[in-house]
Design a protein around this ligand. Structure first.
Ligand code: HEM
Ligand SMILES: N[C@@H](CC(=O)c1ccccc1NC=O)C(=O)O
Length: 290
């Protein structure tokens, strides 16, 4: 049938009565989701909705990132490397979306932001427990971060649990050990509540994998997936830093930090330092001159 009024006919079996059926809105709990944007500025500033939605969408994606990374960690523990890599592949796509999303917030000018920034009080992304949880699962542990969550028992409990559990990297290194690769005992028995720190012996182990990639293909691929993950994480941090710089310049942060200077230091944090260090060594003679 031709439609000249630029509308589409309903197909005959399209369901319209949801009085007793599950609908799109009820399945997704849209009443809850869409009533959670509550600007605090008075009179309400036009751009605060953008600010809230940018953060809320980030938190939703972080929820999925955490779900996938915790699963990847557990799969590594169960020697299911390929399935773990599938989880990481999904995380990489989410990270790309999150990094791209900064361009939406960059439409907020410094003048517009200054008009409602005062209403934010001391709230800050520094208090994002899901962001901290992702850092912890990837191995950048820092017990001091828990202090921010004393008044949020659920967040505090989650971060304590993740602090005490081995990270994705811990489980990957244990996996490599079980697969016969040389992993120092100091790494296998390390206190997992601390941040992972650079261990030169691991660089040699990775060098063995990279220089014999065809022989150790699965491990080689896993190493490169982890490098992508860290790379993407750093790109997000960098876009955050640049957005902060163009929006508040060198002002101190609402969370109490020095702002840009503080965020710059986060770019020096690393999850998998040996996977980056191995790049320097590839093709060069080994420590014993072999
Ligand atoms: C105009 C927008 C933004 C500005 C001006 C801004 C500013 C800042 C500043 C100054 C800090 C340092 C802590 C403090 O003293 O407050 C910070 C931390 C943080 N912000 Fe933002 N931010 C913005 C948007 C966002 C968005 C959209 C997110 C996404 C959830 C986010 C997440 C974070 C996180 C996770 C931290 C902690 C980083 C760390 O510990 O290294 N921020 N932000
Ligand atoms: N720290 C920001 C405020 C801010 O961006 C913010 C405030 C409340 C909730 C999340 C935020 N995002 C990132 O820090 C500032 O100093 O302007």
């Amino acid at each position: 049938m031709t439609v000249d009024d630029n509308t589409r006919e309903f197909d005959p079996d399209i369901v319209t009565d949801f009085s007793r059926r599950m609908s799109y809105g009820s399945y997704l709990d849209l009443d809850v989701l869409l009533s959670a944007q509550r600007p605090v500025s008075t009179p309400e500033h036009h751009d605060e909705l953008l600010f809230i939605i940018q953060h809320q969408t980030t938190e939703l994606w972080l929820k999925l990132v955490l779900h996938e990374l915790r699963s990847a960690r557990d799969l590594l523990r169960a020697d299911q490397l390929q399935v773990a890599l599938k989880r990481i592949a999904r995380v990489k796509h989410i990270q790309k979306t999150l990094t791209e999303q900064w361009s939406v917030l960059a439409t907020l000018t410094p003048t517009e932001y200054a008009e409602f920034r005062g209403f934010l009080g001391n709230s800050s992304g520094f208090q994002s427990y899901q962001y901290r949880a992702v850092e912890f699962v990837l191995g950048n542990k820092n017990r001091r971060m828990l202090s921010v969550f004393e008044s949020d028992p659920a967040a505090h409990a989650l971060l304590t649990e993740l602090l005490e559990q081995p990270s994705v990297y811990d489980e990957f290194l244990r996996y490599l050990h079980r697969a016969g690769f040389a992993i120092p005992a100091s790494v296998l028995d390390r206190d997992v509540t601390q941040a992972h720190t650079f261990t030169p012996e691991l660089v040699e182990t990775f060098r063995g994998i990279y220089e014999n990639a065809t022989e150790h293909w699965a491990e080689y691929e896993a190493c490169e997936e982890l490098v992508d993950l860290e790379d993407n994480f750093q790109l997000w941090r960098f876009r955050h830093l640049k957005t902060v710089q163009r929006t508040i310049g060198m002002k101190t942060g609402t969370g109490g930090s020095t702002g840009v200077t503080f965020l710059q230091k986060a770019l020096e944090l690393t999850f998998f330092p040996e996977l980056f260090a191995v790049r320097t060594e590839i093709g060069a003679p080994g420590p014993a001159g072999d």
